[in-house]
Design a protein around this ligand. Structure first.
Ligand code: GLC
Length: 566
């Protein structure tokens, strides 16, 4: 079988994302670890997921919680050992699940030996492994504005940092601790491929590739349009979906994936990707990626020129956007279906209604609507129980580097602290990074010690323990949704078709295969809505996926129902 030309596990599959630091702590140091994940394999199997995507556990100074790697083949002692990863692969595989590793190769940590060598001198053999430039013409190193281009990094600083020793600047699209690798250099690419083969040989089931559409830069680099807010430039024209991206991914395919198991999955995280680019990148048999994480639906409630500033969300636009992606990738390409991950706030607080009255129903309905679309389902830890945003009360409460840097920069520019706190409370990644809520006991059953980050106070009533045996819980519903994905043919590869509704709070769509139809109808609002008459000929309601429907003609707040051909 040629990779990419057949139906494989992920068409109907569900991937569960573990953010190891906050998942389960087995040794009482307050930080989640591999031992903790091993303890939860049974739970993941019970939930019914097909694979676990593990956020980085490699050796790292942890400046960006592991997305700054200093050794790609070692495990950070915070999380455990390499033999525990082997154990995890075996334990998952025994239950029919795969382990997907996070591959962060747009950049390394400044503490990676490659960077140490590269920065040592201008003549270093590895100088060209990173992107070094002299100060801007007519300026001296260290002068204001001497950076080679005017770009702002993703983390609210200039994208260039001066290395005093050699008087040159290095590029970092994220923090100064995360220098960008120079993918133009074939030796860099070969090292990356070698590392990937090494992990595949250990038995991992694929990779989630961090910001993979940033690896190819457009040269020569130049200044981008300046934002009023930061006074710095937007360099995306030079680093998004660069001219050699496709070539690099094809090379990766032939060096790493060709001839291997067709079930090995390549998931690309691709900020700002367009539908057309996504079609091309995830084209079946296209030797690039199997699917992409697009960002449009998670950008609808953010200011255009400031990702950390919330703007009001029109809920119907979210569904509209997802439906557009369904149409866009209908004949070519493949979607990743996600509401949240470790970089996003909590689903129910953001897209649903986390008030006591609507919390459970909105969490369930959001799961039904998204995960019954066409694509691979991604469930982020805690989302299966409807975890909510953290009630932050001060700027000192934030831990994440992007929040800390955003607040520093905003305060420097004179914005009032309350305003910055309001932004971050809504948009901060820390919302998703509080410890997993296993029980209502001290530390939410996450750790026997003091958790590295405070537990969300909702743990008193919101936990796995409180929901596991309740057939009406968010967790039980999520299990039903996951099971339905592989039970019904139409949900694997069946076509998606939107059913236009007269009321923008209502959404309805069909998934259709040759001999089956699945119809989803939902009210994405906190008010009851009159239901238009839909021809239900030959369809029967699927009781276990029905949420809060009160009558045949009115859908209650956040009610949803799924109908399937007999
Ligand atoms: C990705 C990761 C995010 C990280 C960034 C830099 O977007 O998901 O957590 O900060 O890349 O590696």
């Amino acid at each position: 079988m040629v990779k990419g030309t057949e139906t494989t596990w992920w068409h109907s599959g569900t991937v569960y994302q573990v953010y190891p630091r906050s998942f389960c702590d087995s040794d009482g140091d307050g930080i989640g670890d591999l031992g903790g994940i091993l303890e939860k394999v049974e739970y993941l199997h019970w939930l019914g997921v097909d694979a676990v995507w593990l956020s980085p556990v490699y050796r790292s100074p942890q400046k960006d919680n592991g997305y700054d790697i200093s050794d790609y083949r070692e495990i950070d002692p915070t999380f455990g050992t390499l033999s525990q990863v082997d154990e995890l692969i075996a334990a998952l595989s025994q239950k029919g699940m795969k382990l997907i590793m996070d591959l962060v190769v747009n950049h390394t940590s400044v503490e990676h030996p490659w960077f140490a060598e590269s920065r040592a001198s201008i003549d270093s053999e590895k100088r060209d492994w990173y992107i070094w430039r002299e100060p801007r013409v007519g300026t001296r190193a260290g002068d204001l504005g001497a950076e080679p281009t005017n770009w702002e990094s993703y983390f609210s600083r200039p994208a260039w940092t001066l290395d005093e020793k050699t008087g040159e600047y290095y590029l970092h699209l994220f923090s100064p601790d995360q220098p960008d690798l120079n993918w133009e250099n074939p030796a860099v690419r070969q090292e990356v491929y070698e590392t990937m083969r090494w992990w595949l040989d250990r038995g991992v089931g694929g990779f989630r590739m961090d910001v993979i559409n940033l690896i190819s830069k457009k040269y020569p680099l130049g200044d981008g349009p300046v934002s009023v807010e930061s006074g710095r430039g937007d360099g995306r024209e030079w680093y998004l979906h660069g001219p050699r991206l496709t070539e690099f991914l094809k090379e990766m395919h032939s060096e790493v994936f060709a001839g291997r198991d067709a079930g090995i999955v390549r998931i690309g995280e691709t900020p700002d990707v367009t539908v057309q680019q996504a079609r091309d990148l995830s084209e079946s048999g296209g030797r690039k990626l199997d699917m992409v994480f697009q960002f449009e639906h998670v950008s609808l409630d953010r200011a255009r020129d400031n990702w950390m500033r919330p703007v009001p969300l029109a809920r119907h636009e979210v569904y509209r956007n997802l439906a557009d992606w369904q149409d866009g990738l209908a004949s070519q390409g493949w979607n990743s279906l996600y509401w949240t991950n470790h970089d996003q706030p909590r689903t129910v607080s953001r897209f649903g209604d986390d008030s006591p009255e609507h919390w459970a129903q909105s969490a369930k309905t959001l799961a039904t609507v998204l995960y019954l679309m066409k694509g691979t389902a991604f469930v982020y830890q805690g989302d299966e129980i409807g975890m909510v945003n953290m009630p932050f009360s001060s700027l000192n409460d934030f831990d994440d580097i992007s929040a800390v840097e955003y607040s520093r920069a905003a305060l420097d520019r004179g914005r009032p602290a309350e305003e910055v706190l309001r932004d971050l409370s809504r948009t901060s990644r820390d919302n998703a990074r509080t410890p997993m809520q296993w029980t209502s006991e001290v530390s939410a059953g996450f750790s026997a010690g003091i958790p590295w980050f405070p537990v969300n106070p909702s743990a008193t009533w919101l936990s796995v323990a409180a929901q596991r045996d309740d057939p009406n819980s968010v967790l039980s519903h999520m299990r039903e949704v996951i099971a339905a994905r592989s039970k019904f043919d139409a949900l694997a590869t069946g076509a998606f078709s939107d059913i236009p509704a007269p009321d923008s709070r209502l959404v309805a769509f069909d998934r259709t295969s040759t001999d089956q139809t699945v119809r989803v109808i939902a009210n994405l609002s906190s008010e009851a809505v009159r239901l238009p008459s839909l021809n239900m000929g030959g369809l029967v309601e699927h009781d276990s996926l029905r949420v809060g429907v009160v009558s045949a003609t009115v859908l209650g707040a956040w009610a949803s129902t799924v109908w399937i051909s007999a």
